[in-house]
Design a protein around this ligand. Sequence first.
Ligand SMILES: Nc1nc2c(ncn2[C@@H]2O[C@H](COP(=O)(O)OP(=O)(O)OP(=O)(O)O)[C@@H](O)[C@H]2O)c(=O)[nH]1
Ligand SMILES: [Mg+2]
Length: 313
Amino acid sequence: MSVHTQSSEAAHRAGFACFVGRPNAGKSTLTNALVGKKVAITSSRPQTTRHTVRGIVHRPDAQLILVDTPGLHKPRTLLGERLNDVVRTTWAEVDVIGFCVPADQKLGPGDKFIAKELAGIKKTPKIAVVTKTDLVDSKQLAEQLIAIDQLATELGFEWAEIIPVSAVGDQQVSLLADLIAPLLPLSPPLYPEGDLTDEPEMVMVAELIREAALEGVRDELPHSIAVVVEEMLPRENRPADKPLLDIHANVYIERPSQKGIIIGPKGARLKDVGMKSRKQIEALLGTPVFLDLHVKVAKDWQRDPKQLRKLGF
Ligand SMILES: Nc1nc2c(ncn2[C@@H]2O[C@H](COP(=O)(O)OP(=O)(O)OP(=O)(O)O)[C@@H](O)[C@H]2O)c(=O)[nH]1
Ligand SMILES: [Mg+2]
């Protein structure tokens, strides 16, 4: 018995794997599916993720720390440049890189650009992950698998694995974890059992509000939204069995003209955002919440270093 315990401990692996890819490739959805809990917000709008989010997968043989990164893209703002820097720093630090490409879109210049950069990172094993397989038929999927294989060949490297997954359809998600695990270094767990992320609560709360605010807005507006939680305080003088957490948050936009869209007619949209995100926040924190949302203008914050700092970038 003791021998068995020792050998399995000796074989335990732990380390970092990051998901990179174009905006909207499905990185955050995949991270959540692997962790089994929402640690990163997702949306149908590109450039949803704005900082690295760690999701932790605990297995008997390995602990996978997944680092979800912002989608790499051609930057048009200072924020875009910062986000790309974050991605490049991350992939230089991890043990495994998962390059995500959606099955339903032909490989484009954006994918090729990223793959080219990955080719330069010689020592790190790279897995090609073809995401959203539920959206295509088997022929289209086969073509994508071949295209991604050829892309590496053209660039003079080889994928450690090529795997099709569907996070939404729960296809091959656990197989991906099986493939990543042996590529991690031998190590005891790096995070305590039960920890699924190291995101601070205030950041997660702000992200859930932003996720709700992103829903249904279009064009440039999704990029213009930032959320900062100013305060989270238990309401005083509440009976012990009826706690209430007061959360004050600011929703920032870039121009006064955007205010009306976010707030909606008679405040309906903002109210909806508040209601939707409050439910998620209550589920996350396990306590009833009073959510106080304010909309503020931070003029051209995506381009303004001072404003970026204020908003945590
Ligand atoms: N049908 C289908 N849709 C998916 C799947 N995975 C992700 N999506 C959708 O694709 C969109 C983008 O997903 P995200 O996970 O936010 O993509 P991302 O790569 O993290 O995007 P950025 O953070 O902007 O870089 C969302 O609308 C998801 O619901 C999948 O397996 N199947
Ligand atoms: Mg994301």
